[in-house]
Design a binder for this molecule. Structure first.
Ligand code: GLY
Length: 437
């Protein structure tokens, strides 16, 4: 079977690894990711260039396409390819609104009375927005309605000092149409611990994967600016040290009800649904959805997948999903990123990666935003590569992962604390404190 994978990063490298023994892989990537390049027949093109993707898929007579990032989903790549007879793992433009249109997402929760929602309002003018903030007696989160690559969300108490700054930022979002709409979403701020659940969905059936916790802050101790994600971990029992099985199931139930609601509202949701939850003292609350695998979270789950990935993709398309089994192992993933990331970006610097030593140390490597020219790998402006340790415990996985970082040399840094006992204990204590026990 010929499968086209659209996308350039570690997420897509991980998807290609999961398919490498099961399919002939084709890929569209914007620069030469050495991991994807060695596994596929590829074309260099923007992952948002609809015409080039279609042309490449047709020229190579691919049997299906897996869409990695959200940007082509927002532009309707699935609708376009399906019109040409190419089935896709990824939602249609309408169903992808669960990620690409925050107003669609929150209104869906309200219309179908889905559990786990937040108090929210959507505004198109300053007067109503200011009045609401004057009366709303809680800290808020301010978001553009459309996609901003994770950079549009600001939280009172973190990025915004108070309600006045929230008003100014909300006004700025509307005036500049940030994210493509002259609208702003204001949500209540929920305190707790964030976690991710990714699931395969065929529109009717949802198969959840192990829960993962990402680390968005750039520096150790959860300090510094928000990034695309500096690393993540998962545990062998499929839940997290601060998250019970019951809470995990509550979150999965929210996702199941969401795909049922999407089907009633628009097209069936076929692809990967990523739920980002806040575990509050009252249980899981849905912070946002993504219409794709998470990055780095995909690297905690696909290396553990025991079910054939190609069959899962076929089942998504045929509406016949029935099982997805994962090895009962813990994982820790750490991203190595250019010094200065995410602000000043030291791009175009050569890095030296000793893949043999990484392999000998037991870790896995997934290349992200790097570019290979001849035999040399150069950084670009974003995360360079991820290392993943797999073990019987999170501690063992962390040790394997951390050990392997010494085999990558360059102007890079990583968070040593991801997956360490001290940081995990901090999460457990935080939840105990919130629950008052
Ligand atoms: N880890 C955040 C994301 O994939 O959007």
């Amino acid at each position: 079977m010929k499968i086209l994978v659209v996308g350039t990063g570690a997420r897509e490298h991980t998807i290609c690894e999961s398919l490498k023994d099961e399919a002939e892989i084709y890929s569209i990537m914007s620069n030469t990711n050495p991991g994807i390049a060695r596994l596929s027949q590829y074309k260099l093109a923007s992952e948002s260039d609809m015409d080039k993707i279609k042309q490449f898929a047709l020229e190579n007579k691919v049997d299906m396409a897996i869409i990695g990032p959200e940007a082509p989903l927002e532009q309707g790549i699935v609708d376009l390819l399906e019109r040409e007879g190419i089935n896709c793992v990824g939602p249609t433009q309408e169903a992808a609104k669960i990620e690409t249109d925050k107003a669609f997402m929150r209104n869906l929760f309200e219309k179908y009375n889905l559990p786990g929602s937040l108090t929210y309002k959507i505004f198109d003018n300053n007067e109503d927005m200011s009045l609401f903030l004057d009366e709303f007696d809680q800290d808020v989160v301010v978001k553009p309605v459309g996609l901003t690559g994770g950079k549009g969300v600001k939280i009172v108490g973190e990025h915004l000092k108070d309600s006045q700054e929230a008003k100014e930022y909300a006004q700025h979002i509307m005036e500049t149409s940030m994210g493509g709409h002259p609208l702003v979403v204001i949500e209540e701020k929920v305190v707790g611990e964030e976690f991710t659940i990714q699931a395969f969905s065929d529109g009717d059936h949802l198969l959840p994967m192990p829960a993962v916790q990402d680390h968005p802050h750039a520096f150790e101790g959860d300090q510094g600016p928000i990034t695309g994600g500096m690393g993540s971990y998962s545990d062998k029992n499929g839940v997290l040290p601060f998250l019970s099985k019951k809470e995990y199931e509550e979150a999965v139930n929210i996702m199941e009800k969401t795909i049922n609601a999407i089907k009633k509202e628009t097209d069936p949701y076929k692809g990967i649904l990523y739920g980002q939850f806040m575990l509050s003292q009252d249980g899981p609350r849905l912070v946002e959805y993504n219409a794709r695998f998470g990055d780095p979270e995909v690297m905690n789950v696909l290396p553990l997948l025991m079910t054939n990935m190609r069959d899962l993709c076929t089942d998504i398309i045929d509406g016949k999903l029935h099982k997805a089994n994962f090895k009962a192992k813990a994982t820790v993933c750490k991203y190595m990123v250019p010094n200065g990331y995410p602000e000043t970006k030291a791009a175009d610097k050569a890095i030296d990666v000793n893949e043999n030593k990484i392999k000998d140390s037991g870790a896995l490597i997934y290349y992200a935003a790097v570019n290979q020219k001849n035999k040399t790998i150069y950084t670009t402006a974003s995360r360079a590569l991820a290392l993943v340790g797999i073990g019987e415990t999170i501690a063992e996985a962390e040790q394997i992962c951390e050990e392997s970082t010494q085999f990558v040399k360059g102007d890079l840094y990583h968070r040593k604390d991801v997956g360490t006992a001290a940081l995990i204990q901090k999460r457990i204590n935080h939840m105990k404190e919130l629950r008052g026990n």
